[in-house]
Design a binder for this molecule. Structure first.
Ligand SMILES: [Zn+2]
Length: 173
C-alpha cells in the first residue's frame, strides 16, 4: 500500500509521535505535510517550538527515514541550510514495524505469565514473585514481611491474549 500525503491522518501522526516519544512531532509533520520542502528555521517560526527541539525531532524522524534531508550553503553567510521533506511512503512501514515490536514484547510477557505461578502479599506497592522465588523466601514478602499467597493471573493472561490477537489481526498474521 502506498501512503500519500493526504492519507496521513491524525491517528497515524499520533502513532508516530508516540513511537518517537515526541509529542511535538505531530506539529512538525503537519507543517511538513503542507510544504514540499522546508527548513528547520521555518518550522520553528511556524510552530513556535524552539529551534533545538525542532532539530532534535527532525533528526529522530530522519533516523527512521520519515523525512529526507538536503543540504545547501547560504551564499551570504557560508553556513549550511538544511532542507527537510516528508517521506510519506515510509510511514506505513514504520507503523507496521512499531506494531511488530509491541507484539513481540506482548508475546514474551504473555508466555512469562502463562509459564509461572505467582505469589503475592496483596499489599499495595509490593511485587508479585514467581513460585521458585517464593519458596526461597519461605513465602514471606521481602518488602513488607507479610505471608505470600497464591496470585491468580488469569485476568491478566486474558487481557494480554486479547491484545496479542488484536495486533496479529491488524498485522494480518
Ligand atoms: Zn509485601
Amino acid at each position: 500500500m502506498v501512503t500519500t500525503l493526504s492519507s496521513i491522518d491524525d491517528a497515524t501522526l499520533m502513532r508516530i509521535a508516540q513511537a518517537l516519544g515526541e509529542e511535538d512531532a505531530v506539529k512538525l509533520i503537519e507543517i511538513l505535510k503542507d510544504l514540499d520542502e522546508t527548513t528547520d528555521d521555518e518550522i520553528a517560526n511556524k510552530t513556535g517550538i524552539r529551534l533545538n527541539s525542532v532539530r532534535k525531532i527532525l533528526y529522530k524522524l530522519y533516523d527512521h527515514s520519515l523525512v529526507s534531508l538536503r543540504r545547501t550553503r547560504d551564499p551570504k553567510t557560508g553556513w549550511f541550510i538544511f532542507h527537510w521533506k516528508l517521506q510519506p511512503d515510509q510511514m506505513e512501514g514504520f507503523i507496521l514495524s512499531q506494531k511488530r515490536r509491541v507484539l513481540e514484547k506482548l508475546n514474551i510477557r504473555l508466555e512469562y505469565e502463562k509459564n509461572h505461578d505467582f505469589y503475592f502479599c496483596y499489599t499495595l506497592g509490593c511485587k508479585r514473585v514467581p513460585f521458585e522465588e517464593a519458596v526461597e523466601l519461605v513465602f514471606k514478602c521481602p518488602t513488607c514481611g507479610k505471608p505470600l499467597m497464591h496470585y491468580e493471573n488469569d485476568k491478566l493472561v486474558d487481557t494480554l491474549t486479547k491484545k496479542v490477537e488484536e495486533l496479529r489481526k491488524e498485522l494480518g498474521e
